[in-house]
Design a protein around this ligand. Structure first.
Ligand code: SF4
Length: 350
């Protein structure tokens, strides 16, 4: 049977987001290139400071000052019903005024986000219900009563215990898991086509984490939305995602199906990440390796391949001089490493 056609939802093209600080310029996202497809889950993995969260915030146009997008495109394929049929228009989100009505009609309604720590995004002085209602009333033409009823329904859907009572409770009256369910209810209240989940389970215990991950998988198949799942946890990537991008110092260094990332990794950094996690089948005496060295100073990115000071395959005179482009290394599999090609002979992928 033919594989169903994948339909792009958000295409990120050569995205650069920089922070202009007194100490220098931080290239938080440095030419990121990837595509999110409708209905699929894309995992974004990498160590802290690799640009995962800034990429997500760039898509939503909520990059905090003194950061800003300096280059590239974020092409959002917006689908709407018009004249009885589906119409798709392509909007470059980088061109919108970040406080203007157009991005506000997309943010929270068509693309929404859940964060690691719900307390930072839930208001402590408003009930959970009033916050979900606010999100609904902002984007849908319904009465207060209907918005409240929809809030209760959403809380029910995310498995909140006693949703009719919880809707009137304040965030500090809820457990961490309940707050995260509340945050997810709020994010999904307008049925977005893309949910960006930034380390949504990192602050939770293992049992609650498993419940939230299961919940997100269930909601995704019910609602047909795409998820961009940001995490440093490869176990979560294996459970949750179909395709993965690995980021290092603001660049996508590998992009592949989840199977290829785990069983056929190409980039030395992906290999090192995999060697640093416990895996089923690994002999119990085998030691886990930590990744050599540390992430370089963001004001002082190494020349050539930025991973070269930590790489086991470092080729002097090449890796510290030439900046590798993304090479195709298989079906829907690309990697940014000079072991897989010569930039001189490559005029295709970039
Ligand atoms: Fe390692 Fe060189 Fe490949 Fe960079 S380009 S990952 S330094 S082998």
């Amino acid at each position: 049977m033919d594989k169903p056609q994948r339909e792009p939802l958000v295409e990120v093209r050569n995205l650069k987001t920089q922070f202009f600080l007194d100490e220098g310029t931080v290239h938080a996202v440095d030419g990121a290139d990837f595509t999110l497809y409708r209905g699929e889950t894309l995992g974004v993995v990498g160590e802290s400071g690799c640009g995962k969260s800034v990429t997500a915030r760039s898509i939503l146009r909520i990059v905090p000052r003194p950061g800003r997008i300096t280059q590239g495109e974020i092409l959002y394929h917006r689908r709407s019903r018009r004249n009885g049929g589906d119409v798709t228009e392509v909007i470059d989100l980088t061109t919108l005024d970040e406080r203007g009505p157009e991005i506000r009609s997309i943010r929270g309604a068509e693309i929404s986000m859940v964060f690691q720590e719900p307390m930072t995004s839930l208001s402590p002085v408003h009930t959970l219900g009033s916050q979900i209602m606010e999100a609904i009333l902002l984007h849908q033409e319904v009465s207060n009563e209907e918005a409240k009823e929809l809030s209760v329904e959403m809380l029910q859907r995310v498995g909140m215990p006693q949703p009719r009572r919880t809707v009137d409770r304040y965030p500090h009256e809820l457990s961490g898991g309940m707050r995260q369910r509340g945050m997810i209810a709020m994010a999904l209240s307008c049925q977005p086509s893309l949910l960006i989940a930034d380390e949504p389970t990192t602050a939770l215990d293992v049992t609650t984490e498993a419940q939230i991950l299961q919940l997100m998988r269930g909601l995704q198949s019910d609602l047909g939305m795409a998820i961009m799942f940001i995490t440093h946890n490869l176990g979560v990537i294996a459970q949750m995602t179909e395709h993965v991008i690995v980021m290092y110092l603001g660049k996508v260094v590998e992009e592949a199906s989840v199977d290829n990332i785990f069983y056929n990794p190409k980039h030395p950094y992906t290999e090192a990440l995999l060697r640093s996690i416990p895996r089923v089948g690994r002999k119990s005496r085998e030691r886990l390796e930590s990744i050599k060295g540390t992430v370089p100073d963001p004001y002082n990115i190494p020349p050539g391949c930025p991973y070269h000071p930590r790489c086991n395959y470092f080729m002097p005179g090449r890796c510290d001089v030439i900046e590798p482009p993304l090479f195709d290394v298989g079906t829907e599999h690309r990697t940014r490493c000079l072991l897989y090609g010569d930039p001189e002979s490559l005029k295709t992928t970039e």
